[in-house]
Design a protein around this ligand. Structure first.
Ligand SMILES: [Zn+2]
Length: 256
């Protein structure tokens, strides 16, 4: 296909050989793209720090068509999102967001809505909104964008209309109490969390970031991580990091 050019976010990388790096980008025009950035680990590399995680830039790559990996020609920084790497809570939430994008998308599968959501979420994480809220807003809309919106208006097993008492959440959506007895892998979801979920899904982005959610926010955060983990097929690595962070900083989660 030759030369490609697109706005892109760095969503992962690992070293290759002595001086190269394999970088995963989520691009606006091509979806997920993995490429080799030659000599990017040398001190006088032409990429000079541009390939840091979360960096938004203009990517130019060459796709020879013979390998899954493209060749990264240029990556010019548009916005480095450097603050996300300076604060562990922001870092953890941003890492969760890019992990979901990275692990739930196929290469070269363009998805402009998901790209827009990713950039909007990283931008919000640099702002005054608490990082946990940004992650929840990303999660609700990310499931939508990925085509995995859970059904919240009826039991996904018997079709009984919601509301019902003691709702549980399965991979596809709500399950009523009667059906939940014969299903496995369900978790309870409170009525307040169901309401908050719908509210965040329908609200405009800025409204969703600011909407008062009370204790539903923590519940939703855990449920969204569970849904993402189900889709990925294993627990998210970044959620584990966040849990360890909370243990190290006992005051972080306990402030009134
Ligand atoms: Zn049912």
């Amino acid at each position: 296909m030759g030369l490609g050019r697109s706005a892109a976010v760095v969503i992962g990388s690992f070293p290759l050989g002595e001086s190269d790096r394999v970088v995963t980008f989520y691009t606006r025009d091509f979806g997920k793209v993995r490429g080799v950035a030659k000599a990017s680990r040398r001190i006088r590399s032409r990429f000079s720090g541009a390939l840091e995680l979360f960096t938004l830039g203009e990517l130019v790559f060459f796709d020879g068509g013979r390998s899954e990996l493209v060749q990264v020609d240029h990556f010019d920084i548009v916005r480095p999102f450097a603050h996300l790497r300076e604060d562990l809570e922001r870092l953890g939430r941003a890492a969760w967001i890019v992990e979901c994008v990275s692990r739930l998308t196929a290469e070269h599968d363009r998805h402009a809505a998901l790209y827009g959501l990713l950039v909007r979420s990283l931008r919000a994480l640099e702002g005054p909104t608490p990082p946990a809220r940004v992650a929840v807003c990303f999660g609700v809309r990310g499931l939508d964008a990925l085509g995995h919106r859970p059904r919240l208006d009826a039991c996904t097993v018997c079709g009984r209309a919601y509301p019902f008492r003691h709702a549980a959440l399965g991979a596809g959506g709500l399950v009523c109490e009667a059906c939940a007895r014969s299903e496995t892998g369900l978790v309870l979801i409170s009525g307040a969390a169901v309401t908050a979920f719908e509210r965040l899904r329908l609200a405009r982005w800025e409204e969703a970031l600011a909407a008062p959610l009370g204790r539903s926010e923590v519940e939703l955060g855990a449920l969204l991580d569970l849904q993402m983990s189900r889709l990925i097929g294993q627990p998210t690595r970044s959620a584990k990091f966040l849990r360890e962070l909370k243990r190290l900083e006992p005051t972080a989660g306990g402030r009134p």
